[in-house]
Design a protein around this ligand. Structure first.
Ligand SMILES: Cc1cc2nc3c(=O)[nH]c(=O)nc-3n(C[C@H](O)[C@H](O)[C@H](O)COP(=O)(O)OP(=O)(O)OC[C@H]3O[C@@H](n4cnc5c(N)ncnc54)[C@H](O)[C@@H]3O)c2cc1C
Length: 311
């Protein structure tokens, strides 16, 4: 990350950040798009996206990312690799600390998505963190025979379908009597022979000796797995915004702080979808571009008024 003063900084190159970047380029602005991991965000985990218009036969998340990135490159925008640690106010806008290198910008689009909700340590029973994963891609290849998923929402079922398609045997455990996931995902999981669904079941890991994880349910039944995949919800990822900014957002809303806009999953509670994230990104970019145009025309009017007075 090169220190300097920018018009707009976008934090996060998932669908929201990429869409914002493309739109800003169309408006003649040259944003800096910062990503700490591989561009594409959560879409890497989506094994089959069926609700993004333009793909009547559905599209795999990674394939959609490749298209997004191609379009971004076509718009002439490159991605800056950095992990944003802090965003705070500066005299003329915002100060963005990307892990040592600091940049300033008049406007910031926060498109940093969500972070997985962690399993309380007590629920890991007699095991350590090495048995628990939050994203399928992090599970080592030697530990993919049998996977226990904790969670009953869309992500849990989508993960199960993806892993089962790769040949894993999957058990899904959740507290409630009915899963919270879309009926269509649940039905597909029911129709998949290597997925077993365990409603009203809470499992506690007992041991992970000899590379096998043994878990016990409240009723004393035992299950084995290689690892746990935890999908118990996600929270907005904005810890890097300084306390004052977070407080301002809390009071004024995700668009209420002039010059700083939240876009995509970071601003949403439950409605987290690619099409919404993309729409948010485009809307954020348009707001910032029109604010810039208004400023330019105000400056022009002031200059013309002065010129007239001096004539
Ligand atoms: C299993 C699964 C299946 C899904 N299936 C579907 C589906 O079928 N249809 C659908 O519409 N949606 C689906 N989704 C949801 C969809 O993936 C998200 O809604 C979408 O990716 C949100 O985009 P985003 O840009 O807001 O956030 P994200 O995709 O989370 O991207 C945020 C980006 O910001 C980066 N970032 C975060 N913090 C920093 C920082 N401090 N510095 C720099 N970079 C940072 C992250 O690394 C990430 O790349 C699915 C999600 C999951 C998990």
């Amino acid at each position: 990350m090169t220190p300097g003063r920018e018009d707009v900084i976008i934090i996060g190159a998932g669908p929201a950040g990429i869409a914002a970047g493309i739109q800003l380029k169309r408006s003649g602005l040259n944003p800096v798009l910062i990503e700490r991991d591989r561009p594409g965000g959560l879409l890497w985990n989506a094994h089959r996206v069926e609700n993004y218009p333009g793909f009547p036969g559905a599209v795999a998340g990674p394939d959609l990312i490749r298209l997004f990135r191609k379009q971004l490159a076509g718009a002439g925008l490159t991605i800056t690799s950095a992990d944003v640690r802090q965003v705070s106010r500066s005299r003329n806008g915002f100060r963005v600390d990307g892990g040592g290198e600091v940049m300033e910008a008049r406007a910031v689009i926060v498109a940093s998505g969500t972070v997985p909700r962690q399993l309380p340590p007590a629920r890991l029973g007699g095991c350590d963190l090495s048995i628990a994963f939050y994203e399928p891609r992090d599970i080592p290849s030697g530990k993919r025979n049998r996977i226990a998923i904790i969670g009953g929402g869309d992500a849990a079922f989508d993960y199960a379908l993806g892993l089962a398609g790769d040949g894993c045997t999957v058990d899904i455990f959740f507290h409630s009597s009915r899963p919270r996931a879309l009926g269509l995902l649940v039905q597909r999981a029911r129709d998949t022979t290597n997925i077993r669904i365990h409603p009203r079941t809470s499992v506690v890991p007992l041991s992970n000796r000899d590379g096998k994880l043994v878990m016990e349910t409240e009723t004393g039944n035992r299950h084995q797995a290689d690892v746990l995949l935890i999908a118990i919800g996600r929270d907005s990822n904005m810890e890097f915004l300084d306390g004052d900014l977070r407080e301002e957002i809390r009071r004024a809303g995700p668009e209420g702080v002039p010059g700083l806009i939240l876009a995509g999953d970071v601003r949403r509670g439950h409605r987290r979808q690619v099409a919404i994230a993309v729409g948010d990104g485009v809307a954020a970019a348009m707001r910032i571009a029109s604010a810039g145009t208004e400023r330019q025309s105000e400056a022009h009017t002031t200059k013309s008024t002065k010129d007239t007075k001096n004539a």
